[in-house]
Design a protein around this ligand. Structure first.
Ligand SMILES: NC(=O)c1ccc[n+]([C@@H]2O[C@H](COP(=O)([O-])OP(=O)(O)OC[C@H]3O[C@@H](n4cnc5c(N)ncnc54)[C@H](OP(=O)(O)O)[C@@H]3O)[C@@H](O)[C@H]2O)c1
Length: 326
């Protein structure tokens, strides 16, 4: 009988609410694969779900992304076989574990040359960047793009990829210490949101040009000012709430700010269909091969140190992606 070490949450709360337990792993059933996970991607949604901001039925596992090796497959599985290096998103919650059984149609093979850690750092965040840059708005040369939390996991990928697509990229970071890393990722300009007049700083940097698209993952602290940074008929994409949910607004405000468009998308529906998942992953892997996306592991923690990982990200101490190593 195989056992797995998994993170369990019995009550919403702080990082200490997570505990590591041993559980019996069921054998892979029809359509499933058993994985030995070598790297688990940390994502900010894990914090919302641990705290209950996005409530889940309890008790629950946590985590949405991991990389590893296929150990066994159930009946009917032909797309992967034992020994394959694979990664997944959208396979149901519970990626914080050293072993796991998942639906095989959620798996993508990791290309040669991409380490397991790099894959775990880039699949969820890169697939997010993929839909934001290629579907929510198809970024084109000449677009001015504003990327919030530009030195973070998704933010670094978005910035570099938007630059490769020909955009003028303005990165917004919470503190001056993160400026250099955002510039290194390809941002043409960086503004620091701790400075209250940061929208003016953006306009000064771009010669008065507002953004064709604003990617705001910070929410409460930045949303209203983000509306001031979008050009007439521009698009404001609220795709996260790192500082808390964006305030509710009267739709009339979008008119006053310049007939803006506003959307709140998620990576999950974009990758719900296995064919979409494979196509989106192929586009991401092509962007990695072309150098438009560079996996960046900013911090790694043992799975046993999962609480420390959560504390570091919540305290805004990390840059790039954070990976848990089982
Ligand atoms: N909708 C989707 O499909 C989707 C998918 C993936 C991720 N997301 C969202 O994208 C964002 C980035 O995710 P990530 O995993 O890559 O995390 P991350 O960017 O590595 O970490 C979050 C960053 O948000 C900024 N931040 C601003 N206010 C904060 C606060 N009060 N507390 C903590 N952080 C704050 C910090 O950067 P500064 O210090 O520079 O401000 C921090 O580094 C998150 O909001 C996440 O929910 C959305």
């Amino acid at each position: 009988m195989t056992t797995a070490r998994v993170v369990r949450l019995r009550a919403f709360g702080g990082p200490e609410a997570m505990e590591i337990v041993e559980e019996t792993l069921p054998p892979a059933a029809e359509g499933q694969a058993e994985l030995r996970q070598t790297a688990v991607g940390f994502n900010f949604i894990d914090i919302y779900q641990r705290k209950g901001t996005y409530p889940l039925p309890l008790p629950t596992g946590l985590g949405h992304e991991a990389a590893g090796v296929v150990e066994a497959v159930g009946p009917g599985v032909t797309a992967v076989r034992p020994g394959d290096r694979v990664a997944y998103i959208n396979a149901g919650i519970g990626a914080y574990a050293d072993r796991r059984v998942v639906a095989a149609d959620r798996l993508v093979k990791i290309p040669d040359g991409l380490s397991d850690e790099a894959a775990a750092a880039v699949i969820f965040k890169g697939m997010t960047a993929q839909y934001l840059l290629r579907r929510t708005h198809r970024v084109a040369p000449g677009d001015v793009v504003l990327v919030h939390a530009a030195a973070g996991g998704v933010g670094l990928i978005l910035s570099r990829w938007a630059k490769a697509l020909g955009a003028t990229v303005v990165g917004a970071v919470g503190s001056a210490g993160k400026r250099a890393i955002a510039l290194e990722a390809g941002c043409d300009h960086v503004v620091v949101t701790a400075e209250p007049d940061w929208p003016d700083a953006m306009l000064a940097a771009t010669g008065g040009r507002k953004a064709r698209v604003v990617y705001d993952s910070v929410g409460r602290d930045t949303f209203l000012k983000s509306l001031d940074c979008a050009r007439p008929f521009g698009l404001v994409v609220v795709y996260g709430a790192a500082s808390g949910p964006a305030p509710a607004i009267d739709p009339e405000l979008l008119n006053k700010k310049g007939c803006l468009f506003l959307t709140r998308p998620s990576v999950f529906p974009h990758n719900a269909d296995p064919a979409d998942l494979r196509a989106n992953a192929a586009e991401l892997f092509a962007a990695i091969a072309a150098g438009a996306v560079e996996p960046h592991v900013g911090a790694r923690f043992a799975l046993d140190e999962v609480a420390a990982a959560h504390r570091a990200v919540e305290a805004r101490r990390t840059v790039g992606a954070t990976v848990l190593v089982p």
